[in-house]
Design a protein around this ligand. Sequence first.
Ligand code: HEC
Ligand code: HEC
Length: 343
Amino acid sequence: MKKYLKEDWPMYLIFLIIIIVITSGLLSESKTNPDVIFNEKQPDYWIAPSLYTDHITTGEQRRMVIYGEDLIAHTSSYFGPHGSIKQISNGMNCQNCHLDAGTRPYANNYGAVASTYPKFRDRSGTIDNISGRVNDCFERSLNGKAINTSGYEMKSIITFIKWLGQNVKKGEKPKGAGITDLPYLDRAASPIKGEIVYNQKCKSCHGNDGQGVENSKAIGYTYPPLWGEHSYNTGAGLFRLSRFAGYVRDNMPFNQATHQAPVLSDEEAWDVAAFVNFQPRPKADMTRDWPNISAKPLDHPFGPYTDGFSEQQHKYGPFKPIVTKRKEMKKMAPVMEVNKIKN
Ligand code: HEC
Ligand code: HEC
């Protein structure tokens, strides 16, 4: 027996080497093959569902989800100046501001729409449903007209938006939904500094006069306009400095900046917002907005206000003193009510 072992030692050695090679191969495969990764961290922000993995949404509902997404991505083909359905908007697509048809994290997506609408909105002073909100963007961001709320197009847009938000609990706004709120600067945003940012980091695509670049078929834009007659109007969400700054910090220059790795600093984002919104653009009829004027957001750029700050300061900041004053006013409110009753 002993003799037998001694003579065969080279064979045992070869056997051992083969086992080592095989196990180390398996180990290294587990590092590279995604199927063997168990501890990969899931992102902690909202991710849109995908039709590729959704086999439950079928038939007419699936067709409406697909059509709704197409209307968001190629709005101008249907409703632009040469639109196939109606010619009622400025040629921009919803997707120009709601990236990837409203599915991209931190890019003004629709992740929290199904979960939070219908909701009371201070701007209208009424309870708005999704169709009302969509038409707000048609009238303001697309500087156009509202579409029929009971038509197939609106129904498809709503079906798509509800499908997108299907996994979000009612009432919740997940991380990464909508636009990021940037911290306020200690100073007013500066259109002069913003112009420098614009020339260095935006002009190459959006143009010398912010007019953008139309696509070759003149349906929509390769680079959408940032001001001028074809841009969003003064009632649009982006005309509020904080919305513009938050959107641009996380997403511009296009496909270079992300929330995790922005190209602009917060300061540059506020300043370029001030520069762009300072330029001429269509005016909106806002006579019916903000029935309760004390509910206007800090950066709503049109008076009157109840907090005593000027229109200029509400437009460009500094916003921190307004925040402080409003907090004080809130604390005082019950006292003032009591005084009113006494008098
Ligand atoms: C010029 C940019 C722009 C365009 C174009 C645009 N939107 Fe918007 N939209 C915004 C901004 C800004 C907001 C407000 C986001 C906020 O308040 O944080 C908004 C808000 C919304 C909301 C509500 C989101 C929420 O979470 O409350 C919906 C729904 C919406 N848009 C749909 C559309 C549709 C549909 C279109 C195309 C018909 C469109 N938008 C075109 C800029 C735009
Ligand atoms: C590489 C080209 C490129 C650069 C540089 C760039 N953008 Fe954009 N921008 C785009 C494109 C393309 C879109 C529309 C995205 C879409 O439709 O998917 C867009 C959309 C926008 C929008 C929303 C739509 C609109 O027209 O109102 C704003 C606001 C914007 N960009 C601001 C900026 C600012 C500010 C800068 C500079 C910091 C900048 N962009 C730099 C290509 C660019």
